[in-house]
Design a protein around this ligand. Structure first.
Ligand SMILES: Nc1ncnc2c1ncn2[C@@H]1O[C@H](COP(=O)(O)OP(=O)(O)OP(=O)(O)O)[C@@H](O)[C@H]1O
Length: 603
């Protein structure tokens, strides 16, 4: 209550100083700073030396002037070597300071980037579906680079400026206390102006960092979706959008520049007035023999160290705010819980196959929107199960849960009788080879993409897998065979060729569980039947779950599971299900009719 009466602005001040945010950013930075503690220690020693040198130089100029005015050549001779020592010390400490500062700053940013990348790689799939890759990229390209205001020179300056202020003030009081008191009269003005400036700049900085993220999103999405942009003639629209955002960024940056300009000019005005008035007052004191000419020179030399720390400190504060607002965005990502503490890596699996069991599994991506409802499914080791059903029935979601991309809200999934969550992510994912609906190939050669399957894939194994996936002959027609570059995301290949390379990659993984999600959807019937034998061979002994819309490909499955609206509505073998009637028979009849129609039309 008393606090409210006597300090009614306390709440605002707290908000304005952002102690909580500063604590938060430094609790993130501290371990990285501690790693660079040796360099920081050297910088602190150099800081002490710098302060001593500042005062020593001022004293030196004053003494030289007095000796010159008094024609004291003996004193001048004594002062020259001191001057040389001061210059050598200053140059050496400056060199070492630049080296140490760069080392801490770049070393810390390197470690922070590694830490962020390590964290992003472990984020759950659900987090990726709510983040945009452009935003994530801008954390590396912009936000971490903006952290300079919290580390390195800026941090040392935040310590240096108040110390130099006090040291210089004490030294000046010894020369003339009236002059010194006048010189610090501007302190409150400079502090208030600096703080206000810092606050304005922080708000602006937030907007700029956010906008840079948004521009990065637009660029990545444009480059990834170029074919769509071209076919829908969206070039002009995208360009206008980009231009608008770029203009906004320009305006915000100009606003920042204006703020800095105003502040810097204000600072200059204050320091010039202080400087001039001290000079006039000093000249008056010299003319009345109160101080010597040398003392006046020392005073004038040092007085800007009384004004500059105040404006300088506020300038550092502004840089500090810029960095805090950038790091806040990084902290938002780092605050998100991860799937595992270690990065998943290849784990050698001995088993040839594995039993899978879904026990009362229910799942929703978004709250209260059930996508899977009470799924009970048992797949003995080495068996092949096909999942069919209309689009959106939840078939791929079942595979997502099995691979631990998402966690079921209810029920358990067992692998070889052991709960899926009791396996490490390395063990779980090494047990499964997955050919997803959308093939993703990396930029690089065919060989690069195939060797991702597992460590130590041999050339012989690669050729065998390529033959099984019916892609070997095609690879041999490429200019450099397996060493041919296939472009970003495999852009130089057709959909079917990409899919066959993905199948070859899954074959090479040699995992006990094989998941094929519409793995042959982009293939023509002839190619599909060519690789059918290979897939049959591959399935042998392994537990296979296959999602297919073309029912002809799954007739031989040990079990066919029919899904609709997140539930299993039918289960059995092909013939049994046809006898049962229901959705499976409807789907089958529809496809039979379509195939017949196509045959008649082609005849
Ligand atoms: N990441 C996600 N976030 C939110 N909802 C999702 C997500 N992925 C899928 N869904 C929703 O979950 C439901 C089931 O999707 P799923 O991909 O499992 O269907 P599917 O049976 O495999 O369909 P298709 O045969 O078309 O591939 C759909 O309604 C879909 O909109």
């Amino acid at each position: 209550m008393l606090k409210q009466i006597f300090f009614p602005f306390m709440h605002d001040i707290k908000q304005y100083v952002y102690i909580k945010d500063i604590k938060k950013v430094y609790s993130l930075l501290l371990p990285f700073m501690l790693k660079e503690r040796k360099s920081y220690l050297i910088m602190l020693v150099l800081l002490g030396l710098d302060i001593a040198l500042t005062i020593a130089f001022a004293w030196f100029f004053g003494s030289m002037t007095d000796a010159a005015v008094q024609s004291d050549f003996e004193k001048l001779k004594q002062l020259v070597p001191i001057g040389i020592i001061l210059v050598v010390l200053s140059i050496s400490s400056n060199f070492l300071d630049i080296l140490m500062e760069t080392k801490t700053r770049t070393g810390l940013k390197r470690d922070l980037k590694n830490h962020l990348f390590h964290h992003i790689l472990r984020l759950p799939t659900s987090k990726y579906s709510t983040s945009r890759s452009g935003d994530l990229l801008s954390h590396f390209s912009n936000d971490i680079h903006s952290v300079d205001g919290l580390i390195g020179r800026s941090l040392i300056n935040l310590i240096r400026l108040p110390i130099i202020y006090i040291a210089v003030f004490i030294y000046l009081v010894n020369i003339n206390w009236e002059l010194s008191l006048f010189s610090i009269a501007v302190a409150p003005i400079a502090l208030v102006a600096g703080a206000l400036f810092g606050w304005l700049l922080r708000n602006n900085s937030r907007l700029i960092h956010h906008l840079i993220g948004s521009i990065s999103n637009l660029l990545t999405e444009t480059l990834q979706g170029l074919p769509v942009i071209r076919s829908f003639t969206l070039e002009k629209q995208v360009y206008m959008d980009y231009k608008k955002k770029n203009q906004k960024l320009y305006e915000l940056e100009m606003q920042n520049a204006k703020l800095q300009g105003w502040f810097s000019s204000g600072g200059q005005l204050v320091s010039s007035i202080t400087y001039l008035v001290s000079l006039c007052l000093g000249a008056y004191y010299v003319s009345h023999n109160i101080i010597s000419v040398g003392a006046l020179l020392t005073f004038v030399n040092l007085v800007h160290h009384l004004v500059n720390p105040l404006t300088g400190l506020a300038g550092q504060w502004a840089g500090f705010q810029w960095s805090v607002s950038a790091l806040e965005r990084v902290i938002n990502v780092l605050d998100a819980p991860t799937d595992s503490t270690a990065l998943p890596t290849h784990f050698p699996i001995k088993e040839r196959s594995a039993g899978i069991e879904f026990k009362g599994v229910s799942f929703c991506y978004e709250k209260d929107k059930l996508v899977l409802e009470n799924i009970d499914l048992q797949i003995p080791p080495g068996k092949m199960v096909a999942i069919v059903g209309p689009s959106g029935a939840g078939k791929s979601t079942l595979l997502n849960l099995l691979q631990g991309f998402y966690l079921a809200q209810k029920g358990t999934i067992l692998l070889n009788g052991k709960a899926k969550d009791d396996y490490t992510l390395s063990e779980l994912r090494s047990m499964i080879a997955h050919v997803p609906q959308e093939t993703f190939l990396f930029a690089g050669t065919v060989k690069d993409n195939l060797s991702l399957a597992r460590p130590g894939v041999t050339e012989k194994e690669m050729i065998k897998a390529a033959k099984s996936a019916d892609i070997y002959n095609f690879i041999m027609t490429l200019p450099e065979g397996f060493d041919t570059e296939i472009g970003e995301r495999g852009i130089k290949l057709s959909g079917g060729q990409k899919q066959r390379i993905a199948i070859a990659r899954a074959i090479l993984k040699d995992a006990p569980i094989l998941l094929l999600d519409e793995a042959t959807s982009a293939l023509d019937s002839k190619t599909e039947s060519n690789i059918k034998n290979a897939l049959d061979l591959l399935k042998e002994g392994r537990t296979t779950i296959i999602i297919a819309h073309r029912l002809s490909t799954i007739k031989k499955a040990d079990l066919i599971v029919v899904m609709d609206e997140g539930r299993i509505i039918q289960m059995g073998r092909h013939a049994e299900l046809l006898l049962q009637g229901g959705l499976y028979k409807q789907l089958n009849d529809m496809q039979f009719f379509e195939e017949k129609k196509a045959e008649v039309l082609n005849a």
